[in-house]
Write a protein that binds this ligand. Structure first.
Ligand SMILES: NC(=O)c1ccc[n+]([C@@H]2O[C@H](COP(=O)([O-])OP(=O)(O)OC[C@H]3O[C@@H](n4cnc5c(N)ncnc54)[C@H](O)[C@@H]3O)[C@@H](O)[C@H]2O)c1
Ligand SMILES: [Zn+2]
Length: 256
């Protein structure tokens, strides 16, 4: 297929779909001016302080850094919180929303992003699954009472060059201990997944409705590193927009 005919085929699939699933990773934020994770403009470039201190992203994004050096951990997450709050989702989100609204059986967003960009772009909170959590929610480091609360009252002041929190550390309303973002980190045994689990259950329900209605689904994958969301290795691979894991694809007459 030529470039043009591939695009036309994709447009045909999206236009003819009863429902749309949008699967998105960090790359979707790049055109809004955000760093992704692995590419040249990813976190290492966005956080020179981490590079000069020879600190790997995976080291900083961990509960042990929150325990041992909370100002560094909150320097990283506090800066991201502010950056995501200040970012306006790009025009692509508007287009995706139009596709979602035009689909007769609705749309679903499945994302490993934690920035809340889909909510900000006007997608329904009830139709989003943030599989790695959200930076806009907080939890206790010890998850003492299984509480989650919005991060909106926390306004971190960060020395970006040094990647350190200058203002006070956020605390848990239950025990007064250190609070952390409700994001799953590396080596994380205490992530409170109640919110994400509820989203996952909503997702399963929606998928069941589609299944019952035998709806034709178009899956649009954007800016997700291959291993993060799913591998397009099923019969529909030529379209490049098939989510085999989520829908258990394999039926060549089924979904694209
Ligand atoms: N905005 C965020 O919330 C954010 C940002 C960075 C990392 N993360 C976290 O890091 C983890 C790893 O993320 P990942 O695997 O998605 O990141 P990744 O960096 O591995 O993958 C990003 C993908 O996006 C592609 N990409 C780059 N620029 C693009 C553009 N302009 N348009 C479309 N695609 C583009 C890259 O080629 C790559 O395939 C995720 O679990 C996520 O929680 C989140
Ligand atoms: Zn607590």
């Amino acid at each position: 297929m030529t470039h043009n005919s591939t695009l036309l085929r994709a447009a045909e699939i999206i236009g003819g779909a009863d429902a749309i699933i949008i699967a998105a990773g960090a790359g979707i934020g790049v055109d809004s001016g955000l760093p992704d994770f692995r590419s040249n403009n990813g976190f290492w470039k966005a956080y020179p302080a981490l590079a000069s201190a020879q600190l790997d992203f995976t080291e900083v994004a961990s509960p042990s850094t929150f325990e041992n050096d909370p100002e560094l951990a909150w320097g990283f997450y506090g800066h991201r919180l502010k950056m995501y709050r200040d970012t306006v989702p790009h025009q692509g989100f508007v287009i995706l929303k139009e596709w979602a609204q035009a689909a007769p059986m609705g749309a679903w967003v499945y994302t490993s992003d934690v920035d809340g960009a889909f909510q900000k772009a006007g997608f329904l909170e009830e139709a989003i699954h943030e599989c790695h959590g959200s930076i806009h929610w907080m939890q206790c480091m010890d998850d003492c009472q299984s509480l989650l609360w919005p991060a909106e009252s926390f306004h971190p002041d960060v020395d970006v060059g040094k990647c350190r929190l200058l203002s006070g550390l956020p605390t848990c309303p239950g025990c007064g201990g250190l609070a952390r973002p409700n994001i799953v980190m590396f080596g994380d045994w205490n992530w409170n997944h109640i919110r994400a689990e509820k989203q996952r259950r909503n997702e399963a329900q929606w998928l069941e409705t589609l299944e019952r209605g035998r709806g034709k689904v178009a899956i649009v994958e954007m800016g997700a590193h291959e291993s993060e969301i799913w591998r397009a290795n099923c019969a529909h691979q030529p379209t490049g927009i098939c989510g085999s894991e989520l829908l258990g694809c394999g039926n060549p007459n089924g979904r694209t």
